[in-house]
Design a protein around this ligand. Structure first.
Ligand SMILES: Cc1cc2nc3c(=O)[nH]c(=O)nc-3n(C[C@H](O)[C@H](O)[C@H](O)COP(=O)(O)OP(=O)(O)OC[C@H]3O[C@@H](n4cnc5c(N)ncnc54)[C@H](O)[C@@H]3O)c2cc1C
Length: 363
């Protein structure tokens, strides 16, 4: 490990652990990344990976997300091969979505979003066969290929001096005199001045013995993936019960549900239905061929917003677990690093600390 800063063990090399590890390494910490499997994550490879800040978020959560959207450009500047596309999103009419109110509320908060008509929709997405007279266009939204980003950040951290222990699950946290002083891996103590737990849905299990168990659920979500085709979509499209985007590889990705749980009783049937809807939504001369479906579990704190910071009464420990980790990756990496190394908590992280849960539930 290079550098003369504090020794930090980061547990988990999904998009959140990888981002924190990379930011910490660049800021001079001596970082060890402890990953049970391989860098890339568990929730991360199954994510739709949409970068956004909208819907009916409370103002403080909107602001954190909005800030992080801008931070993706900083990350892309530092890592030029980052698989990121900020080409905007199109919201078509959908049940329960009042487009005019949605645009008015988000623009009043400084979001670059407009109401557009049929001809502008056609201009933005000429291959869309779903027709609408009105849509919302969010200019700065986009997507990142999250698993590749996690790998790239881990690799960049290693190139800058971090050490990667992969295929090595952290077994327990080590506690001495009321302070977390390391992690046990393969029966050995990996000593650290600070341990960061970014283990996604496995976070509560790892923290149990330390006496802080954040309430996390793991709602599932399914996506279908097609074989690659020539470019047909320019940005993300959110329609009624269907969201879709196209990767740079040409693969189309589609899902039907942002809340979790829908259609998983019979995943094959849900995947078939999604493929049919996708076929009806997009005009292409090529045949859309089903490649696979994926099911992932979102690391979802009980109140839906991130848990980032030091659990009460436990020094030497920092926790970062959240849904929307793709949107939040750059901001959380930078903010966690500043808080760990300088003790300075960014006001945007203010309401999202672990102290809002007593941690005893489920212990
Ligand atoms: C279907 C679906 C759609 C989503 N869509 C979006 C979206 O559009 N936009 C968005 O922003 N977010 C989205 N998300 C959420 C986002 O993917 C997650 O918030 C993010 O991937 C979480 O990253 P993570 O690094 O915290 O967790 P993970 O990716 O789960 O990584 C945790 C890592 O910790 C490791 N680990 C666990 N236990 C241990 C241990 N004991 N020792 C060592 N290592 C350990 C695991 O092996 C894993 O590599 C979606 C998620 C799903 C499932």
């Amino acid at each position: 490990m290079a550098g003369g800063g504090p020794a930090v063990a980061v547990v988990g090399a999904g998009i959140i652990g990888a981002s924190i590890a990379w930011h910490l390494t660049r800021a001079g910490a001596r970082v060890r990344i402890i990953e049970a499997a391989a860098p890339g994550g568990v929730a991360t490879p199954n994510s739709f990976s949409w970068i956004n800040s909208n819907f009916s978020f409370a103002r403080d959560y909107f602001e954190l997300r909005h800030h992080s959207m801008g931070e993706w450009r900083r990350l892309a500047g530092a890592l030029p091969h980052l698989p990121l596309s900020l080409s905007g999103s199109l919201y078509l009419p959908a049940a329960g979505l009042d487009l005019e109110e949605f645009v008015a509320r988000n623009s009043a908060w400084g979001y670059r979003i407009d109401l557009i008509g049929a001809s502008e929709i056609e201009q933005l997405e000429p291959n869309l066969t779903l027709k609408a007279d009105m849509a919302a266009h969010a200019h700065d939204e986009g997507a990142a290929e999250a698993e590749d980003v996690a790998r790239l950040l881990t690799q960049a951290a290693v190139e800058e001096g971090a050490e990667l222990l992969q295929g090595m699950p952290a077994e327990t946290l080590s506690c001495s005199g009321g302070r977390i002083d390391g992690v046990r891996v393969g029966g050995e103590l990996v000593a650290a001045d600070e341990v960061v737990v970014a283990a996604g849905v496995a976070t509560p299990d790892l923290l149990r013995e330390a006496g802080y168990v954040p309430p996390i659920s793991s709602p599932p979500g399914m996506l279908v993936h097609t074989k690659p085709i020539a470019p047909v979509l320019n940005g993300l499209v959110l329609a009624d019960g269907l969201h879709m985007r196209q990767k740079a590889s040409g693969e189309l990705l589609a899902g039907c549900d942002f809340q979790g749980g829908t259609g998983l009783d019979d995943p094959e049937e849900t995947a078939n239905n999604l493929m049919c809807e996708l076929g009806e939504a997009i005009g292409t001369n090529e045949t859309l061929t089903f490649e696979r479906y994926s099911v992932g579990h979102r690391p979802m704190p009980e109140d839906g917003v991130p848990i980032v910071g030091r659990p009460p009464g436990l020094s030497g420990l920092y926790v970062a677990v959240m849904h929307s980790g793709v949107t939040l990756c750059p901001a959380v990496g930078a903010f966690a690093t500043r808080e760990i190394l300088e003790g300075d908590r960014d006001p945007l992280l203010g309401p999202f600390g672990p102290e809002r849960f007593d941690g005893a539930a489920g212990a």
